[in-house]
Design a protein around this ligand. Structure first.
Ligand SMILES: Cc1ncc(COP(=O)(O)O)c(C=O)c1O
Length: 439
């Protein structure tokens, strides 16, 4: 390990609990990144990487996008630090834009993270229904809080904990969650309407929360009719349907995946691409539910509070992103689709020559290479069929050759508008070399 990296890793281990900020960023082998610009990452040893990790997906316009950064700098220079009292003019502006863009948002609140938005969505759903239980998807990720810390994204825990015959196998993903929370969470498989009906029919489910495409285990798409089926079940049993669009939102369409699928949830959450890397979350939905934030009866009122909610810096970034997405919608999403299709075609031509199965799944600018012979329908399918050893070896070899994919199995790749045709072509060349060397 180079000296600079070794000494930084040593200091990190001494002073940072767990050795890295946000523990899901830990990677093997460790890397010391010092700069990111456009479609590129740079490490302390001067190595350059074409980046498809995109910081877990926010960078739709690439790192350090000039338009977004200029809007942020202008906001700071205008003297608009966080005032934290009353309201500010740009709050209405960003709220109106979001309502205008996203079919399922009639009213909203801003947060600093996607996790907080999810926390409020669940609280609102419980207040609205007077019920406690929430349903999550196996293999989904909905942030860091207790109620959604049951999704099974670690293949080992899935195999160890998922006993045949368990009605709703639950595997908590962190220590420190009170046992009592177990009783308020059910986990079901994605794309399984019968399982959803079975759990909803008990009549105690406040909300079902899902990423409309499972994008924390690659790209697992809803089967035709699945989201429509969930919508109908939620209507039938009085359950709030929540789309967690923190990853899908704005990456696939200005109106989120809900606009593409034509299925409108009761509540939805956004983050990441809404502000191209600046920390913002959005919780929005039907007025009837959102307005519980201001219910005249304090016992029915849902508290939403955060010192940094709607921070002017983040709002400036979001305004710049949303305005650009709205005014140049066709150019942005057409451009992302074109780059995505170019990469997909290149990868397909490389992998079809191999004697092991691979499947590339893509939605616009987001893609995943699975080492299995079909596009997965749920997490169980991935765990049982994806060749995890080949998956991790592929990622690590790409990094060694200057293409950065997050080195954890099944993690989604994200293309940004800062990627050029030349970047995509170079990625394909490098991938071919890597795949040949791994054969
Ligand atoms: C679908 C989804 N929901 C929620 C979150 C949590 O967002 P944040 O990390 O901003 O708290 C994430 C983060 O990766 C996510 O992918």
């Amino acid at each position: 390990m180079p000296d600079t990296l070794q000494s930084t890793v040593d200091r990190q281990r001494q002073y940072i609990a767990g050795g890295t900020m946000s523990l899901n960023r830990a990677i093997t082998p460790s890397k010391l990144f010092v700069r990111a610009k456009g479609a590129y990452l740079y490490d302390a040893d001067g190595n350059e990487y074409i980046d498809y990790h995109a910081g877990f997906a926010p960078y739709l316009f690439g790192h350090g996008d000039a338009e977004v950064d200029e809007a942020v700098i202008a906001m700071i220079r205008s003297g608009a630090s966080l005032i934290g009292a009353g309201t500010m003019p740009w709050e209405a502006e960003v709220a109106e834009l979001l309502v205008d863009c996203v079919p399922g948002i009639e009213q909203l609140q801003l947060t600093s993270t996607g996790s907080e938005a999810v926390g409020y969505a669940l609280r609102l759903a419980r207040a609205h229904t007077g019920r406690d239980v929430v349903v999550v998807m196996q293999g989904g990720y909905n942030g860091c809080f207790d109620y959604v810390s049951y999704n099974l994204m670690d293949p080992r825990s899935f195999v160890e904990d998922h006993r045949e015959g368990d009605e709703y196998p639950l595997s908590v993903t962190t220590a420190g969650v009170p046992k009592v929370i177990d009783q308020t969470v059910r986990a079901i498989e994605f794309n399984d309407l019968a399982a959803a009906e079975k759990v909803l029919a008990k009549g105690d489910v406040a909300a079902i929360i899902l990423e409309p495409i499972l994008q924390n285990i690659g790209i697992v798409k809803p089967q035709p009719g699945y989201l429509e089926g969930l919508r109908a079940l939620c209507d039938k049993y009085g359950t709030v349907l929540i789309f967690d669009e923190v990853k899908t939102g704005f990456r696939h369409a200005l109106g989120g995946y809900q606009a593409l699928s034509g299925v409108t949830p009761d509540l939805c959450t956004f983050g990441k691409a809404v502000a191209n890397g600046y920390p913002m979350g959005v919780i929005g939905g039907r007025r009837e539910i959102m307005s519980l934030c201001a219910h005249p009866d304090p016992k029915k009122r849902v508290s939403v509070a955060g010192t940094y909610n709607g921070h002017p810096v983040n709002v400036a970034a979001a305004l710049a992103c949303l305005t650009r997405l709205k005014t140049r919608e066709a150019e942005v999403y057409g451009g992302l689709e074109r780059l995505g299709a170019r990469l997909e075609a290149g990868l397909k031509s490389i992998f079809e020559k191999r004697n092991y199965p691979t499947t590339i799944v893509r939605q616009g600018s987001a893609f995943a290479v699975y080492f299995m012979d079909h596009a997965p329908v749920n997490w169980r399918d991935v765990v049982m069929n994806n060749d995890m050893e080949r998956d991790i070896a592929y990622r690590r070899a790409l990094i060694d050759n200057g293409v950065f994919h997050f080195p954890v199995v099944t993690k989604q790749g994200s293309i940004s508008l800062a990627h050029t045709d030349a970047d995509i072509d170079r990625t394909i060349e490098i991938t071919e070399k890597v795949v040949n060397s791994l054969a």
